[in-house]
Design a protein around this ligand. Structure first.
Ligand SMILES: *Cc1c(COP(=O)(O)O)cnc(C)c1O
Length: 384
């Protein structure tokens, strides 16, 4: 991008790390669909040897995502869970991690069903209160793991406050930034050590690829994670790296429209007689609205809401026509999910009930369709 520093977020998103490929001038960064790279001679090479270790298209998406999060380095994985899993391998048996109690179901599952077997101790707590976290700190606490906003209850944690606590106690602060994206929230700047993404969601934006990212600043940790990435091998494929690069080009305009639609939909739902509660951090009355406003530049486009009965849940899921009943989030298509039996089915019933992931809760990922169509679709489905 030459010497001129015109690198505001939108420019970085559109142009990526390099702007174009220097050898050919290709504007769309080429897909280096090659597993291996020729060496000219002994100790002579291009810097690439084998695609698990490094691939130019993956490098480009890694550098682009690092630039968007204002981080020193990024590593790209085959899914969000592969990214989370790789980060967790830096811990060892006997280490303790404090984790948000409202959490993506897959993340709960990996802590409970996989890393538990390796002796990693986990305490779940409501991280919206820094005091709660402080109470759970132990000698062997090595990390605090946050989702904010949480999935699906949209609870907001004060990243700045928790990062102070983490620094005092010499523990790492890990933040899953999937819901906000770097466009709205940059956890590294708020004091986090490691930022995670399911790139499958907003970064991709089109429901056509799986991806995961880890972004960080600490050189020692970067080296360690690169070693783990190469050793374990859950790397992002060249074509999928390209799909994410392509998706990121429109991240800011997609999100702006998604958020604009979400605000209108949240206000519609709020007034509907079959809706008992709307959880959207963009609403002024949402607990955590002010914290999010002070740490992020937007509220995102994820809305969770409670309906009056399980029958209404069934009717809505069966009757929506524009909105699609499907897992996942963050894409241009509006999707509605039922966390109770879908994304959060692996969380024990008593915990789900205590948290509020009930059989009356729906989660709505607002897309970029015409907002009146979306509202009409919801209104009809609620009347059905
Ligand atoms: C989807 C999701 C994940 C898991 O990512 P995959 O790409 O599906 O593996 C992790 N965290 C959050 C908040 C998610 O929404």
């Amino acid at each position: 991008m030459g010497e001129i520093d015109c690198r505001n977020f939108e420019t970085k998103a559109v142009h990526g790390e390099s702007g174009f490929e220097s050898r050919t001038g290709a504007i769309s960064y080429p897909i280096y669909q090659s597993s291996t790279f020729r060496h000219e001679g002994l100790n002579k090479g291009t810097g690439y040897d084998y695609s698990r270790t490094g691939n130019p298209t993956r490098d480009e998406v890694e550098k682009t995502v690092a630039a968007l999060e204002n981080g020193r380095a990024c590593l790209a994985y085959s899914s969000g869970m592969a990214a989370i899993s790789s980060v967790l391998t830096i811990f060892k048996g006997g280490d303790h991690i404090i984790v948000s109690d409202d959490l993506y179901g897959g993340t709960y599952r990996i802590f409970e069903e996989i890393y538990e077997h390796y002796g990693i101790e986990v305490t779940y707590t409501d991280t919206t209160s820094t005091e709660n976290i402080e109470k759970e700190l132990r000698e062997n606490t090595k990390a605090i793991y946050l989702e904010t906003p949480t999935n699906p209850l949209m609870k907001i944690t004060d990243i700045r406050e928790v990062s102070k606590l983490a620094k005092e106690h010499n523990t790492l602060l890990i933040v899953d930034n999937t819901f906000m994206t770097p466009y709205y929230q940059k956890p590294l700047e708020l004091g986090a050590d490691i930022v995670l993404h399911s790139g499958t969601k907003y970064l991709c934006g089109h429901n056509d690829a799986l991806a995961g990212f880890v972004i960080l600043n600490d050189e020692r940790l970067i080296e360690k994670l690169r070693f783990i990435q190469n050793s374990v091998g859950a790397v992002l494929a060249p074509f999928d790296s390209w799909l994410i690069l392509r998706g990121i080009k429109t991240l800011h305009i997609r999100l702006d429209r998604q958020q604009e639609n979400a605000i209108k939909i949240a206000n519609f739902l709020k007034k509907h007689k079959k809706i008992t509660k709307v959880l959207y951090p963009g609403l002024e009355e949402h607990v955590g609205h002010d914290i999010l406003k002070s740490e992020a530049s937007g509220f995102g486009a994820m809305i969770s809401f409670y309906v009056d009965s399980k029958e209404t849940v069934e009717k809505v899921l069966e009757s929506v026509k524009v909105i699609i009943f499907a897992e996942s989030l963050g894409g241009v298509e509006s999707l509605i999910t039922y966390p109770y039996t879908q994304t959060h089915a692996d969380i024990p019933d008593d915990i789900r009930k205590r948290l509020g992931v009930t059989d009356k809760l729906l989660r709505f990922s607002v897309g970029i369709e015409n907002v009146d169509d979306l509202i009409k679709d919801l209104d009809k489905a609620l009347q059905a």
